[in-house]
Design a protein around this ligand. Structure first.
Ligand code: ADP
Ligand code: MG
Ligand code: ZN
Length: 473
């Protein structure tokens, strides 16, 4: 019998609040070491924390989006451990009454839907960063006290594919909720993988926890690696040691860091410096009322109400910036299908070519709407349309001026078209004879020659019609 993979995820998301969770220091990434610190987040004796209300609000937002029950009376606890990145020697977290519980997130892999249960979401503070060189280790406390949400799933995943689908959807949710910027390279979203193997129908096996992956690709590799490692041990009749492992992406392997500690080791106790908090109906209702439309909800609406193809709807919602552009352009052009085609086609192609990420995209929807009107109104053909989109994208040109200057207006003049065709036909009498003898393939060649003669600006429908009738004469 084969081994079955069991995975549970603990995802940490750094919140994009302006200030830290218990003080007014900035949460902005980077900055000279120890420039975003104050006595509170540096853990000086005698200071008192003051809870940032936005952190609670962000947590409620995510909890609602992930179908959780919101804990109306929730509180903080201290998790104690000694490590130089933690100046207070404890982390303020939530163990006994996390703010959200019992949610789920639906994922889809290979056309199959599955709900991943979410055990809890809790609020906590981040630790600092250690920087090492040959001489010494240095402490940077800028990240200390940056608010985090830890999203803990049940052990419901059976493959790396399911894990990636979940992370992708969670990322998209966090982005649309504007709770976290989800920059993996900056560590603003991190996933720890708990993985064990078992024979089908048996109890859960002993698991390991793998950390330190900083891309989705690394997560997929770390999962494959761990499945293989555990399979080898179990097949040889060995036992899995419960431990925390660190992934090394360069080597493509992980190594044991420490044996896994349990809750007792952390000597958790209720945080005495923060009052328990009550989330009242009014607050909860106002957060609910202000929840934005999420990516999957947009996808459904695009497909059902706007008639957009499912695959395009997926592309249009990869990022909030893209869906915002699509919605503005649909509205300004009054043509959702053209708007969808323009973005999923030309805009995506141009972004890929110039390595522009969705979060950095800025383009004037008004100008694109003008272009849609011109092409659907028969004023420019598709070739000129594409060319002008590119000019707007790269140089932010005024589309009407650009078209006028480049002479891209479509040639709709009968006389001009007929003349062009006549000249092409007389230059290519061989092809004309072939065509009349039944070799229909030649039509495409002649059509191309006429379009070339018209400088690419011919109205293709008109050229086709006229050419057909002239050949038949
Ligand atoms: P810890 O106290 O180590 O944080 P938790 O009970 O909080 O452990 O679980 C952490 C994560 O590990 C959760 O996502 C949970 O679903 C997952 N998990 C627990 N047991 C197993 C197991 N046997 N195999 C795989 N994942 C597991
Ligand atoms: Mg845990
Ligand atoms: Zn501070």
């Amino acid at each position: 019998m084969k081994w079955e993979t069991v995975i549970g995820l603990e995802v940490h998301a750094e919140l994009s609040t302006k200030s830290k969770i218990f003080c007014a220091c900035s949460t902005s990434y980077g900055g000279q070491p120890n420039t975003h610190v104050c006595p509170v987040c540096a853990g000086m004796p005698g200071v008192l924390p003051k809870l940032n209300r936005s952190v609670v609000e962000y947590a409620i937002r995510l909890g609602l989006a992930l179908n959780c029950t919101i804990t109306r009376d929730c509180k903080f606890d201290r998790k104690n451990y000694f490590y130089p990145d933690l100046p207070k020697a404890y982390q303020v977290s939530q163990l006994y009454a996390p703010i959200c519980r019992d949610g789920h997130l639906e994922i889809e892999t290979e056309g199959k839907k599955k709900a991943i249960r979410i055990r809890e979401i809790h609020m906590e503070e981040d630790a600092g960063k250690l920087v090492h060189d040959a001489r010494a280790s240095y402490m940077d406390f800028n990240r200390c006290g940056v608010p985090l949400l830890e999203i803990v799933s049940q052990p419901d995943f059976q493959s790396g594919g399911e894990v990636l689908a979940y992370l992708e959807k969670l990322r998209e949710t966090l982005l649309y909720l504007e709770v976290c910027d989800c920059k993996m390279q900056e560590g603003s979203i991190r996933a720890d993988i708990n993985l064990s193997l078992r024979k089908e129908g048996e109890e859960l096996g002993v698991r390991t926890e793998t950390k330190n992956m900083n891309s989705f690709k690394a997560i997929a590799r770390a999962i494959e690696y761990e499945i293989e490692r555990q399979t080898d041990i179990l097949e040889d009749g060995g036992k899995i040691v419960q431990e925390t492992r660190r992934w090394d992406d360069d080597k493509g392997e992980s190594y044991g860091m420490r044996s896994k500690e349990n809750a007792q080791d952390y000597r958790y106790f209720p945080e005495p410096d923060l009052l328990p908090m009550h989330i009242d109906d009014a607050w909860l209702e106002s957060v609910k009322a202000n929840l934005p439309e999420l990516a999957w909800q947009k996808r459904e609406r695009y497909v059902c109400d706007l008639g957009i193809a499912e695959s395009s709807a997926v592309v249009l919602t990869v990022h909030k910036n893209i869906s915002a552009l699509f919605e503005t352009l649909s509205q300004k052009s009054g043509n959702s299908l053209e708007a969808a085609n323009l973005i999923t086609g030309e805009i995506m192609r141009l972004m890929n070519n110039s390595n522009i990420l969705p979060e950095d995209l800025s383009i004037d929807a008004e100008k694109l709407a003008v272009l849609i009107a011109l092409v659907t109104g028969g004023k420019i053909n598709r070739g000129a349309y594409k060319e002008t989109i590119e000019a707007v994208f790269t140089s932010n040109v005024d589309p009407e001026k650009y078209i006028a200057e480049k002479g891209l207006m479509m040639v709709n003049d009968d006389k001009v078209v007929v003349e062009a065709i006549q000249s092409v036909l007389s230059d290519n009498m061989d092809s004309v004879t072939e065509f009349r003898a039944g070799k229909e393939k030649v039509f495409g060649f002649l059509m191309g020659q006429v379009m070339k003669k018209l400088g690419g600006k011919g109205n293709p429908d008109m050229v086709k019609k006229t050419l057909t009738s002239m050949l038949e004469k």
